[in-house]
Write a protein that binds this ligand. Sequence first.
Ligand code: ATP
Length: 292
Amino acid sequence: MLVANGLVKTYGRHRALDGFDLTVQPGEIVGLIGHNGAGKTTFVEIVTGLVRPDAGRISIGAYDALRSGRAARRLVGVAPQEPALYGSVSVRENLRLLAGLAGLRGRHRDAGITQVLEELQLSDLADRPVGVLSGGQRRRVQAATAMVGSPPLLLLDEPTAGADPETRSALLAAVRSRAEAGAAVLYTTHYLPELVDLDATLALARGGRVIARGTQEELTRHLPGELRVSFTDPAEPELRLPTTDPGGDLAALLASGRTPASVDVHRAGLDDLYRSLEHAATERTEARDAAA
Ligand code: ATP
């Protein structure tokens, strides 16, 4: 549904995107993650047509998004990182306006609005001006504007930033159900557990390109976890052993004659993946500097 190849975008002397490749299939949720400045928002802005790349190709459905931008963008629902809503008009009016811009009319538009208001638990707020809503409620309205009319491609740029748990779970449930109905979803966040909840494919951006893509299991499998062992004897400290083979290492410990009171296996998670990438990048920079 979304295929991007070799995108380059330069601001002055800074390359925000430097050969960025990414695909999102129908029904797939891709969690785009990466440190501040990795290029995530620039990519979203290119897909939405706000920013034009210096090089590269991008297609949305059957359209070349750089040549047939208007037709391609009709397939896209966007919740930008910075809320973009009309504060003086009601939630429903905001949805009507944005659904209209997306080409929805009449009964089809009203049915889409009713559905998305229910999904995001906004029905009670539908007739209130957006300007009087709380930050979390506005986030939900912003996500609703992306989802109204059920576009086949959803771009959600940190939709849960600053959201309370209720808002977060309403949003995640709506995203899940849209993907189950066949939408392709690109989701950026700094809150990694959300991506585990969504069972998302992960794409890791760094320095303006995607450097790894896969499920959490695929991306973290090679990383060491930790075996945490405590003993009944208070004189013995708790042991923390990095391990890629918890069963084998535990067997070796038992064979050494020491009897643990408890054993906990901590598997590597996304935070460990982030740290390992940071570490690898620092090592590469140091090696390059040393060779220079
Ligand atoms: P964050 O997680 O903080 O939202 P991000 O991964 O979305 O970061 P981008 O906003 O895409 O990162 O920015 C990528 C790089 O491009 C950054 O170094 C940023 O300063 C730069 N950049 C982005 N937009 C502009 C602009 N309009 N003018 C100049 N530089 C820009």
